[in-house]
Ligand binder design. Sequence first.
Ligand code: ADP
Length: 623
Amino acid sequence: MSKVNILIVEDESIVAMDIERRLKTLGYSVLGHVMSGEDAVVRSEKDSPDLVLMDIHLKGKMDGIEAADKIRMLYDIPVIYITAYSDEATLERAKVTEPFGYILKPFQEREIHSAIEMAMYKHRAEQELREAKEAAVEGYKARSSFLANISHELRTPLNSILGMTDLAMETEQKEERNEYLRTVRESGSHLLNLINSILDFSKMEKGKLEIVEESFRLDELIESELKGVWNNENRDDLSLYIDIDERSTFSLTGDATRLRQVLRNLVQNAIKFTGEGYVYVKAYTEEVSGVGNKLLHVQVSDTGIGIPKEEEEEIFSMFYQLDNSYTKVHGGAGLGLAIVKNLVELMGGQIKMESEEDKGSSFYVTIPVKEDRNDTRAPLTIPESTRVHIISADEFLSDIIRRRLEVWGAEVKTQHSQKILGTTDDIWCVGGNIAFGKQVVGKLNEKGVSEERIIRLAAKTENKFNYMQSVQILSDPQKRLKLYEVLSNAAKHKNGKIQEIELTMPRGYDQTSEEEEEKTEEDRSVGEKRQEEKHFSQKERDLVGRIMETFISTAKEQLQKEDFIQFEEHALEIKKELETYGFYELRDILFRAVLAARKYDSEKVKNLLDNLKERSSSLRLKK
Ligand code: ADP
């Protein structure tokens, strides 16, 4: 135990020196002695002793009782009175100052020792009690403000669901009704998220949340989760960059669901609290000792409003929200980061944060994971002679793609201007806005580069690039396997002819993973519902059957012309219709057809359309 530092207040030097000697013999440390009440107050402030031994009768204006009262009130330092004799009135005055003990002169060392130890113990106990009380009051305040907050948060989407349902029931217009239903769906999914957070929080409080181990692919997990979040956002003022180091171990085991939750929360916050700029997600694995052990690093950075230094610790507390206009606009319950921290720690990891006000914030998560040795997929590679040019003003994006392609084995050149500085044998990735893209593609065409060797780096909203039929589209946020796929396609089309180069997806990279990847968060949340056998009215079946038959005949014409882009666009519209009516099975088959079309697999698309046709006809026949 650390030494107790004591200040002696005694106006008789000899007595003071005697006390000092005895205290030292007992192992205490003496800060010094003063002779007046005034000096006692000054030294208490200056040296913060752990304890003051105070003579009651002091010469001068301020006696010991008055000085002790001040010291207790101002500095919360325990005081023990030393006194030879005191009349009743003085003792009564002394009592009011709540002393930590009396030692009567002349005294024994034993008495001093026990008085000091008792005083120190009492003082510590009082302090702990006070802190516990303060924490309880804080906790109570936090809980009542949480309840007030949460009821508001629950009521808002519920009111929106009720209001929009009424409107949807009243209108005859299909478009308008779909619009209302979309809002109902959004509010429903918001509500679901909120309820999930509350449930997680309550499980955490009871220590009931368990971590499970499952296999996952690092790129699929990050890209699908972020795509889900990003698809639900409508932010033209923000870019989302995903930068997964290609040298990472991609087949891992760990709690994929909880990892997704951590990532989702951090990225949703980054988007929420960033007015304009970008959100950057970086991930890589690091070797650590022990067979198959890895450390997964995930960084989520933004260029948003930042977090003040003094609040950096607080934001991980339950119910904590910064008081700013963003919080007011976006709502939230202040649970996200507390849950994230808990989850990360449950997985044995750590979370850190760096932030600068008005510049942005970065959250760094490290989580121990294991390499999945059952996954034998080969690393992605491309022939060394593949030369790729990236033309984009977006240096960030160019750099992410360049680093990835270089690990695969390509020779990469990045440039910001439209000047064409390569050959027709090269592959061209063209970024920028649509006008820029059109110009560059035009120039490349003039130079004799075939459209198949051009990859358009498109914004999320830019899904129609059909003025260039054969240009391949890589939509924002770019996905690793998709990049590999478009690159493979581009590499096959050399000199206007399809080349027989071995550059197909290595074995093991199956379609299902990509389908899973394409699902939005909402799709996943209705997953279970989809399994249910729904009972549709004959009217609904007839209607959907008719829609499908018309679609299928147009789709077949589009396929004949190999117009995959038009097909996809049309199919996605129908997919939405099927979703709205609740025909999930048909929707899934249609979606598989879209994925096959993206791979130009006409045979597969045709088979899936035949399957759809059969099901649609049987819909109309069913009575
Ligand atoms: P919620 O977002 O639901 O309010 P969180 O626990 O996720 O709750 O976040 C707590 C608070 O921390 C937020 O209200 C916000 O004030 C602040 N915060 C979190 N992430 C960021 C960020 N990326 N940039 C700025 N502020 C943030």
